[in-house]
Design a protein around this ligand. Structure first.
Ligand SMILES: [Zn+2]
Length: 135
């Protein structure tokens, strides 16, 4: 199972993620973290989705290529986290749901790279990543 624990984030990303969640709550958003770190095997299973397995394509990254697979000294240190906004406890996957763009702006204001931005190279609404420059 991929991790949802904030402790599995890169040490530089952990405080940013906490602040992100705090600001989202302050803005009245109910945000669920769906993934922090995932293993190479889990990444490959995700890559197969929409290619050799049924489902929609959700990633262009193979094992080791995703920011979610990052480790430091062999320990999980994900450089990204994925979210979904909730409404009455229900996940709102529809990209038109207003909470997405509000959360995106909050993440970007904290210096994160949000893949839901229309200018993102690979479009992936739930994905927030530590900017380059962090090891
Ligand atoms: Zn992601």
């Amino acid at each position: 199972m991929p991790s949802r624990k904030l402790e599995d984030l890169h040490p530089d990303l952990q405080p940013v993620c906490h602040e992100f969640l705090r600001r989202c709550a302050e803005a009245g958003l109910d945000i669920l973290i769906t993934c922090t770190w995932r293993s190479g095997a889990e990444q490959d299973a995700l890559y197969a989705q929409g290619r050799t397995r049924p489902g929609a394509r959700v990633t262009n990254a193979r094992a080791g290529q995703s920011a979610h697979n990052h480790t430091i000294a062999g320990k999980p240190a994900s450089r990204a986290f994925d979210i979904v906004p909730l409404q009455h406890g229900k996940a709102m996957w529809n990209a038109a749901f207003p909470a997405w763009s509000i959360a995106g702006q909050i993440g970007e204001s904290l210096g994160l790279v949000w893949y839901g931005n229309p200018k993102a190279r690979f479009h992936e609404m739930p994905h927030f990543e530590l900017a380059r420059g962090y090891q």
